[in-house]
Every structure is written in structure tokens, then in C-alpha cells.
Write a protein that binds this ligand. Structure first.
Ligand SMILES: Nc1ncnc2c1ncn2[C@@H]1O[C@H](COP(=O)(O)OP(=O)(O)OP(=O)(O)O)[C@@H](O)[C@H]1O
Ligand SMILES: [Mg+2]
Length: 285
């Protein structure tokens, strides 16, 4: 883990040297403590145990209530520790936004499953808590869209349909119950996601929503190995990088920082850190 903190600290020191600001880039996000290391299996699980496990996996895949609540924690527990971390990130973005215009923000990570969608939903939720802020969350993961399931939405149309001019933007936008932001979800999964995200229509869409909203958060696929996140990042004013604690190597964090251009990184979210790591994360910045 120390390797990641070193990378983050170096990235921040370099950024500060260039920008001369004093704001911490590392906002540790800790919804749950990291799972305990797997226990060695002493015996083959019984049929009952195997059936129970399968049922549990299916419940998670279907986006059960617990799973939804976990991802939208800033909405249902606005006073929680996690919501507080996202407020810190929002404050940092606001501070940078006072120096240069920041409307569109892509959320990405090196690898799948590091917490991008969870972070996007929570950042949108805390940003929308600011008085008078019009906030839009766009699901730009056309391969494995999760924003709608995270928020319990059932879209009739989404990003691909809007980009193909099959549906008007206003007809695809959805409101989130209990929260003050709107969502452009994904409905159809196109066979050419990279081409759609890199198209002039996508550029036009980001320009249009940037006129209509104060903040536009774009949830993206993982950055390494796919062109999608880079294509989206090129259209945005800045990026938030999610780093899963004890998972992503320093080298991979460095690769993403290079790919997205360090100067455009608005913040790093260390996801799944223990409380001690989180403290160290703040101390290191
Ligand atoms: N800090 C955390 N504590 C517990 N569970 C978490 C945490 N962060 C994310 N998760 C869970 O990990 C899973 C992956 O999270 P999420 O979907 O946000 O990642 P992702 O980076 O968007 O994944 P993908 O690359 O597949 O889109 C989800 O089930 C989510 O609820
Ligand atoms: Mg995701």
C-alpha cells in the first residue's frame, strides 16, 4: 500500500509545484472495511452451502436493496463518514473550479471493479446537496452500465439512443427519488461503444449539458486496456481517479495519471482503505 501512497504523494507534490495550491488530493472512501483475507477451506462445502452462495450471488447481480444502498450511501446517510469524504472531494473540485472552469468531470480507475460507479453516484449526490447546483450524472459505461441499477432506475432510453439521435436528450433524462440530481442512464448496449464515445455527437452532448448544468459527472469504464475512458476524458474539464486500496499497483496508477494527463486530475479517491490508511493518506498529501 505504501507504494500507492508514494505515487499519490509524488503526483500531488508535482501538481502543487505547478499549480501552487494547498488542497489535499486524497479523499479516502471507505464504505466498508476491506474484507478479511480468505480463510483456507478445510472441507468441500455442503450442497446447502453451495446453493446458499449461488442465491447470494444472484441477489447481488440483480442489485438487491443492500447493494443499492451501499452505492448510494451519500443519499441515504448524508451525515456519514463516506458522505464526509465526498464532501471533501467536492470542496477540492470547487476550489479548483474557482481558478478555472470545471463543469464536466470523468470518474475512472485503472481496472474494473475499483469503485468508479459507487464514487460517481456519491459525488453526484453530495454535489447536488450544494444549494442551487444543477447536477447531471451520465453513465458512459456502455459495456457494463451500472448507474441505473445502483439508483434503482428502469430506463426506457439512454446514452446510446441519444447519441444515435433516436431519442431526444430530455426524453432520456431521469430524476432520482430522494436526491436532487438527474441521470442520463444507459439502456441499449451498442456493438460499437468506443466509436460512439469518440464521436462528434458525444462531444456535442457534453458541450450541451455543460451549458445546462453546473456539474456533469461522467461514470466511465476502466482506463487501462480500453480507449473509452481516455476518449471521455478528452471531452471533460477534469478527472477523478479511483484507486482501490491494496489492489492497484503504483505502476498502474502512474500509467493512468500519464494517460489522463496529471494536470487534469482533480482528485484521487482511495477506496476500501482502513481507517489507519485513510489517516496516513491525509497525512501524506
Ligand atoms: N468501499 C467499498 N466497500 C465495500 N464495497 C464496495 C466499496 N466500493 C465498491 N464496492 C462494491 O464493489 C463493487 C464494484 O464497485 P463499482 O461498481 O462501484 O466499481 P466499478 O469500478 O464501477 O466497476 P466496473 O469497472 O465493473 O464498472 C460493487 O458491488 C460495489 O458495491
Ligand atoms: Mg462501473
Amino acid at each position: 500500500m505504501a507504494k500507492i501512497y508514494d505515487a499519490l504523494r509524488r503526483a500531488e507534490e508535482e501538481r502543487r509545484r505547478r499549480a501552487g495550491d494547498e488542497v489535499s488530493p486524497v479523499a479516502p472512501l471507505n464504505i466498508d472495511p476491506p474484507p478479511a483475507a480468505a480463510k483456507p477451506r478445510s472441507a468441500r462445502p455442503s450442497l446447502w452451502q453451495r446453493l446458499f452462495r449461488r442465491a447470494k450471488v444472484r441477489r447481488l447481480e440483480a442489485g438487491g436493496a443492500t447493494e443499492i444502498n451501499k452505492r448510494r450511501i451519500s443519499i441515504i446517510q448524508p451525515d456519514s463518514y463516506v458522505a464526509e469524504q465526498f464532501r471533501g472531494l467536492r470542496g477540492r473540485i470547487d476550489a479548483i473550479g474557482a481558478e478555472r472552469p470545471i463543469t464536466s468531470i470523468v470518474v475512472t480507475s485503472a481496472f474494473p471493479g475499483e469503485g468508479k460507479t459507487t464514487a460517481s453516484v456519491n459525488l453526484a449526490a453530495v454535489t447536488a446537496l450544494s444549494l442551487g447546483q444543477r447536477v447531471l450524472l451520465i453513465d458512459c459505461d456502455l459495456r457494463k452500465p451500472k448507474v441505473h441499477t445502483s439508483l434503482g432506475l428502469r430506463p426506457q432510453a439512454g446514452l446510446a439512443e441519444v447519441l444515435r439521435n433516436e431519442v431526444a436528450l430530455d426524453d432520456a433524462l431521469m430524476k432520482v427519488e430522494g436526491a436532487n440530481f438527474e441521470v442520463l442512464p444507459v439502456r441499449g448496449r451498442p456493438s460499437n461503444p468506443s466509436e460512439l464515445l469518440g464521436s462528434p455527437e458525444m462531444k456535442k452532448l457534453v458541450e450541451e449539458v455543460s451549458q445546462r448544468y453546473d456539474r456533469v459527472i461522467l461514470d466511465s469504464p476502466a482506463a487501462l486496456g480500453l480507449p473509452d475512458a481516455k476518449a471521455i476524458s478528452n471531452l471533460c474539464d477534469g478527472a477523478v481517479l479511483v484507486v482501490r486500496a491494496d489492489f492497484t499497483s503504483q505502476q498502474d496508477v502512474e500509467s493512468v495519471l500519464e494517460m489522463l494527463d496529471r494536470d487534469r486530475i482533480l482528485g484521487l479517491l482511495l477506496n476500501g482503505a482502513t481507517v489507519d490508511q485513510a489517516r496516513y493518506g491525509y497525512a501524506a498529501s
